[in-house]
Design a protein around this ligand. Structure first.
Ligand code: LMR
Length: 412
């Protein structure tokens, strides 16, 4: 039956974790997956999650969950994304939100919905973007196009080319945008640039679909990181958003089982919302999203839902979370400076300013695939072949070793 089946190519991110795990070297470093690690390089269970676990312990939730708990979560997530304006949206019922299975699940659900409602449409993805975005829209049979985003010379934003691509795309195109902490580049437009992008989207009647997987990691502040969404909202756009709690609540480590380490991330909780212009539209959109989810996986797990909704709805626990998020974001920021300083102290002739200019969890280092391979082979340092460094994997204990390894592969 299956003789004709050829092995699928390794996933560029999951494959890095596999290679890292297979390496017996004691000094190995995993800079692949974009999940938070502490200064010992270990995954973290946040105190807010511990507090929420204590609150829900023993509750009777294993069989089913009431619709009111899951819609409360969707409303709380909406408030996190859209701030005070979310009150009006909730009151007027102008959103269709469902709990989804991971960011991948949220994006996939949206891609299926897009295909169902606009069968001839395409999706515009930034060049580059999270590698899985390509898989998701490919498997949903939505043709993909890319738009300019990153400038390899400046290691910053190619704003002029980006605006041209927005202008030149056919009217009413779908675009996937990262509202903060762009994955993989760590390059975000400024507020002013987002305003121009939003304006041009209005002119062209494009649909913005946001994948917000790292809220809080760009600036350390949830509201500042949600600014982009709020700009689009103020400008009267209808928007879609995949919203993740996997990284900013550290819930990627919630499931046990190393074999499925990449899947641990995927099992965490996300919620997805599509903002509509009226209640009737919202009810219809939600029912379609629910129908698509029912056929794909029926319903997502409930434990994560209870954790997230407990954290978001309890002001004491929420303030613990907000504090912990700041600590995570500032540890990553400190490591950016430490890595750059260390490379400069080693006398590297290259400009490493982008390490501190870029934001969020990732640094798009500019290392070539060959240099990345050499780092793995000779120094046991693992990252994706596009040179993306997950800064969460950099610690005060390994930063000098890492800088030296980068110096060796770039200078020799
Ligand atoms: C990443 O980009 O490393 C994360 O989004 C995790 C993943 O599943 O790819």
């Amino acid at each position: 039956w299956w003789d004709h089946v050829k092995p699928a190519p390794k996933d560029p991110i999951v494959g890095v974790t596999e290679a890292f795990l297979a390496d017996p070297a004691p000094n190995k470093i995993n800079l692949g997956v974009g999940a938070y690690r502490d200064d010992d390089g270990k995954p973290v269970v946040l105190q807010c999650v511990r507090d929420a676990e204590a609150k829900i312990a023993g509750s009777d939730f294993l069989e089913s969950i009431s619709a009111s708990v899951s819609s409360k979560l969707v409303e709380e997530s909406l408030a996190l994304a859209y701030g005070k304006d979310s009150n009006v949206i909730i009151r007027e019922g102008r959103f269709a939100g469902v709990q989804t299975l991971s960011g991948t699940g949220a994006c996939r659900l949206f891609a299926e919905f897009q295909k169902r409602c606009y069968p001839e449409s395409r999706i515009y993805l930034s060049d580059p973007t999270w590698s899985n975005h390509h898989n998701i829209w490919r498997d949903a049979n939505v043709p993909r196009r890319t738009f300019h985003y990153y400038h390899p010379d400046t290691k910053g934003l190619n704003f002029v080319a980006l605006m041209n691509d927005i202008k030149n795309a056919p009217d009413s195109s779908f675009f996937l945008l990262h509202p903060c902490a762009h994955n993989p580049t760590g390059v975000d437009p400024t507020e002013e640039q987002w305003r121009e992008i939003s304006y041009q989207f209005k002119v062209k009647n494009h649909f913005p679909f946001f994948d917000m997987a790292y809220q809080g990691f760009a600036s350390g502040d949830l509201d500042i990181d949600a600014k982009t969404l709020r700009i689009f909202l103020e400008d009267g756009h209808s928007v879609g958003c995949a919203q993740s709690f996997a990284k900013n609540m550290g819930l990627y480590g919630h499931r046990v089982g190393c074999l499925r380490q990449a899947n641990i991330l995927e099992l965490c909780l996300y919620s997805e919302g599509v903002l509509c212009s009226n209640k009737k539209q919202a009810v219809a959109v939600k029912s379609q999203l629910q129908q698509i989810a029912r056929a794909m996986y029926s319903s997502p797990p409930v434990h994560g839902l209870l954790l997230v909704s407990t954290i978001l709805s309890n002001s004491d626990i929420k303030s613990v979370w907000v504090r912990e998020l700041k600590v995570m974001a500032s540890r990553i920021k400190k490591n950016r400076s430490a890595l750059r300083d260390s490379l400069e102290k080693l006398g590297s002739p290259f400009n490493w300013e982008h390490i501190t200019n870029q934001v969020g969890v990732f640094c798009f280092s500019g290392l070539t695939p060959d240099q990345v391979d050499q780092l793995a082979k000779e120094f046991h340092v693992y990252m994706t072949r596009d040179g993306r460094i997950s800064m969460a994997g950099v610690t005060s204990g390994n930063v000098n070793y890492l800088a030296n390894a980068i110096h060796q592969v770039t200078c020799c």
